[in-house]
Ligand binder design. Structure first.
Ligand SMILES: NC(=O)c1ccc[n+]([C@@H]2O[C@H](COP(=O)([O-])OP(=O)(O)OC[C@H]3O[C@@H](n4cnc5c(N)ncnc54)[C@H](OP(=O)(O)O)[C@@H]3O)[C@@H](O)[C@H]2O)c1
Length: 272
């Protein structure tokens, strides 16, 4: 029997940025599992080979009701983003749900030792990339419903956007910018039926820390020592839950911690 969520998602076109790994990858599977009869997924990231593998896995698991389109996209490259909709096949052009998930952290340096390249990459990806993606997709959402608009913009923020911490000056600033842009946009779009949703995860075990430590897996693993972090599936479930609500329900703001976490830096670690 179809659930309310599967009925509401039926036939929708979902675009996920950063779908090659972690939360984005799990979100692709979660949407597919919740609406197996008819769904179109556009999976984007820089690593196209990973996206192709994920697309094949989804179709194998869920079946032919799901159409999956892997698209190589660097959100930090404004030209790539600007030309994206033009490059999509006609049947994928009308995006109903945009999940702005692509993002990264680089390093734990403190001012004045933060590398200029890291500053630029984090802002270009987490802030400019998310804003450019939104501006690329929003025009078609606004035209729907006889001009009243329809669609979901789901931005992945972070506890870091609410609570700056030592060694996270740039990452925290980018996520605060995401939060601020999201709230402005919700106010700007209040007369439309477009839902602007923000989901702020706490600690999630993905490749996030590996990227932070420039590929050093030992340092990345140490972040989770004694803790039980969230899984990417935990966040994916929340994203799909938000998108699967009745059209008049907006999960505007959501902060999700694992049980041992109480703030950006307060973690209970169990070493027994
Ligand atoms: N893990 C956590 O503890 C945590 C907590 C709070 C918030 N978040 C947020 O959750 C989101 C997903 O992170 P994750 O934890 O799932 O990390 P992840 O496993 O490292 O995944 C990051 C994704 O972003 C993509 N990406 C990075 N730069 C990109 C670019 N320039 N263009 C397109 N895609 C790009 C990566 O794909 P390619 O490398 O293939 O491009 C990858 O698919 C991020 O916005 C992150 O800030 C994570």
């Amino acid at each position: 029997m179809a659930t309310s969520v599967s009925k509401r998602l039926h036939g929708k076109t979902i675009l996920i940025t950063g779908a090659s790994s972690g939360i984005g990858r799990s979100t692709a599977f979660e949407f597919a599992r919740n609406s197996p009869k008819e769904l179109k997924l556009i999976l984007t990231a820089r690593r196209i080979d990973c996206l192709r593998e994920i697309a094949a896995e989804i179709v194998k698991e869920i079946g032919a009701g799901i159409k999956v389109l892997p698209v190589q996209l660097d959100v930090s490259n404004p030209d790539d983003v600007r030309t994206l909709v033009g490059r999509l096949p006609a049947e994928f052009k009308e995006v109903d749900v945009l999940v702005n998930n692509a993002g990264l952290v680089r390093g734990v340096a403190k001012a004045p030792e933060i590398l200029e390249e890291d500053i630029n990459v984090m802002f270009a990806t987490n802030v400019n990339g998310l804003i450019n993606m939104t501006q690329a997709i929003l025009p078609s959402m606004l035209k729907r419903n006889n001009g009243t608009g329809a669609g979901d913009i789901i931005n992945i923020g972070s506890i870091a956007g609410r609570e700056p911490y030592v060694g996270g000056g740039i990452y925290c600033a980018t996520k605060a910018a995401v939060r601020s842009f999201t709230e402005s946009m919700r106010k700007e779009l209040v007369s439309t039926r477009i839902r602007v949703i923000c989901i702020d995860p706490g600690q999630v075990e993905t490749d996030f820390s590996v990227v932070r430590f420039y590929g050093d897996k030992e340092k990345a693993n140490a972040v989770y020592t004694g803790c039980e972090p969230l899984t990417p599936e935990d966040i994916a479930e929340t994203i799909v839950f938000a998108s699967g609500r009745r059209e008049n329900v907006v999960m505007a703001d959501t902060l999700i911690f694992p049980n041992h976490q109480a703030s950006a830096t307060i973690m209970h670690r169990n070493f027994t």
